[in-house]
Design a binder for this molecule. Structure first.
Ligand SMILES: Cc1cc2nc3c(=O)[nH]c(=O)nc-3n(C[C@H](O)[C@H](O)[C@H](O)COP(=O)(O)OP(=O)(O)OC[C@H]3O[C@@H](n4cnc5c(N)ncnc54)[C@H](O)[C@@H]3O)c2cc1C
Ligand code: SF4
Length: 463
């Protein structure tokens, strides 16, 4: 295959018109010939900036070299030293602002398509049945991990590789955290990718107990005393949705993005063979402009609705990844920018019948550095919708903090933990991921899980 070193090997995608009607994956990924061709574009830099851009410092040139020479399993082993979830990260990491943003090939021409190469390596390893390597023997110490999202899975996997006996306690009936219940099937297939990477973590010897709500079924103190765990890692995420506090928000047909996506992903509302459908709506407004808003909007579209994104700032300030906004537009989502809801209109039966909005303009920058949206007096109008999905951000659920004495929180109600080792204010208790940072990214949660595994190992090795 001929390669123009300045240009990426293009990746195949489903046609926008076709994919807007199905839940199949949008991006189809590289085949081996394409992946090896793209891998040859890497300069094998002596001082690889891409590695500095990766929050878990994957040896990117090393895995790309193995791939360029056709050794996919060796490439997988290189990535596996740093990441327990390569097929997930290859799909959902914001590479354009991390490794690829720093890629030296990108100074003149396109950056190497690192994420798509990672995805190819992980997918091929899975198809060929390659498994991560287990610890040779157990060290007799027990660690409990709360939550099976990327932070918990990474922490558990790293500890299991060091010989610890690890049990993950997960509140939901399915492991994976946001990877399972939040990010939609068309960006991150569940059975093929998420379930398989969870199985890989289990194959290291990690036990996962689902339907256990820490703080209700059992407390952290009980895990440490009655159940004999030597340390606990909290990776419980930030799953509590925010609302606007405007009139009508309690009406039937108003969802948080989390609920809407959970019903679709976890309860398979999109699949006619399941008995758990959703009141999907035919005219949907999604309020917010982040990745979660794009996911909710594109899910509603696939469930058959006309969808508007309502966002109070302009396109420039949209917090979602450029790729997600581009995909949403291609699929036919309408963007009502510089627009803010003021009231949800409700009919006599308590159902949404419209949403009053007001036009905004941008004023001076606020504390976030972005220009503050200011209402334009008299510009109210009604948006004709029957469903509203609020996607305004999330914060950690207070259940764990309210049932664990001595666990310090910051003013945003996130758990306070040391960045380098995850240690909280409570002895033997570590934390990381969204529970500590507030809603962030998969790779940052994984980085925090890794740091905490190292911190727990250092602490328990002294005993
Ligand atoms: C819709 C959506 C799309 C996103 N898209 C992207 C993306 O494209 N790229 C990206 O990098 N990031 C994305 N993110 C953010 C990313 O998914 C999160 O930052 C990441 O999952 C955080 O990982 P975590 O392990 O800290 O928490 P989570 O993934 O939230 O996992 C926490 C787990 O803990 C469990 N839990 C909570 N409380 C308890 C309890 N008391 N007892 C037992 N278990 C408990 C929860 O059920 C959950 O399974 C997205 C988020 C959402 C919601
Ligand atoms: S910076 Fe880019 S070109 Fe250099 S080693 Fe990393 S991926 Fe290859």
């Amino acid at each position: 295959m001929e390669v123009d070193v300045l240009k990426r090997v293009p990746v195949r995608e489903q046609d926008p018109k076709v994919r807007a009607t199905n839940f199949e994956e949008v991006c189809l990924g590289y085949n081996k010939e394409e992946a090896m061709a793209e891998a040859t574009r890497c300069l094998q830099c002596k001082n690889p900036q891409c590695v500095k851009g990766c929050p878990v410092n994957i040896d990117i040139p090393k895995f790309i070299k193995e791939l360029a020479e056709g050794r996919v399993e060796d490439a997988y082993r290189v990535i596996g030293t740093y990441s327990a979830l390569p097929a997930v990260c290859g799909r959902v990491c914001p590479q354009e602002s991390q490794c690829e943003a720093k890629c030296i090939r990108g100074i003149k021409g396109d950056a190497v398509s690192i994420g798509k190469l990672e995805r190819f390596v992980a997918d091929t390893a899975r198809e060929e049945g390659v498994k991560p390597e287990k610890a040779e023997k157990k060290n007799g110490k027990k660690v409990a991990v709360i939550g099976s999202g990327p932070a918990g899975l990474t922490c558990a996997g790293d500890l299991a590789k060091l010989g610890y006996e690890v049990t993950i306690f997960e509140a939901l009936h399915k492991a994976g955290g946001v990877l399972s219940y939040g990010i939609p099937e068309f960006r991150l297939p569940k059975e093929k990718v998420v379930d398989c990477e969870v199985e890989n973590v289990k194959s290291l010897g990690v036990k996962i107990e689902t339907n256990v709500v820490i703080g209700k079924s059992i407390t952290i103190d009980e895990l440490l005393t009655d159940e004999g765990f030597d340390a606990v890692f909290i990776g419980s995420g930030a799953g509590l949705p925010r609302f606007m506090g405007i009139p009508g928000e309690n009406a039937n047909g108003v969802f948080s993005a989390n609920e809407y996506l959970t019903r679709s992903n976890l309860m398979k509302a999109f699949d006619d063979s399941y008995a758990t459908p959703i009141a999907a709506g035919s005219k949907v407004a999604v309020v917010g402009g982040g990745n979660v808003a794009m996911d909710a909007a594109r899910t509603a579209l696939r469930l058959g609705a006309d969808v508007h994104i309502v966002y109070r700032r302009s396109e420039e300030e949209l917090p979602a990844r450029v790729e997600e906004v581009h995909h949403a537009k291609e699929e036919g989502i309408i963007f009502d920018l510089l627009t803010n809801p003021t009231e949800i209109l409700v009919d006599d039966n308590g159902n949404v019948k419209g949403m009053t909005c007001i036009r905004m303009e941008l004023g001076e920058p606020d504390e976030s550095g972005r220009r503050r949206p200011v209402e334009i007096p008299g510009s109210e109008f009604t948006l004709d919708v029957d469903t509203v999905i609020m996607s305004l951000g999330t914060s950690p659920n207070p259940l764990i903090s309210s049932t664990t004495e001595g666990l310090a929180l910051n003013k945003r109600k996130c758990i306070v933990a040391e960045e380098e080792n995850g240690q909280t204010s409570k002895a033997k208790v570590y934390a990381g991921g969204d529970a500590v940072t507030g809603a962030a990214t998969v790779i940052l949660a994984m980085g925090a899980g890794k740091a905490a595994a190292k911190g727990i190992d250092e602490f328990l090795s002294q005993k």
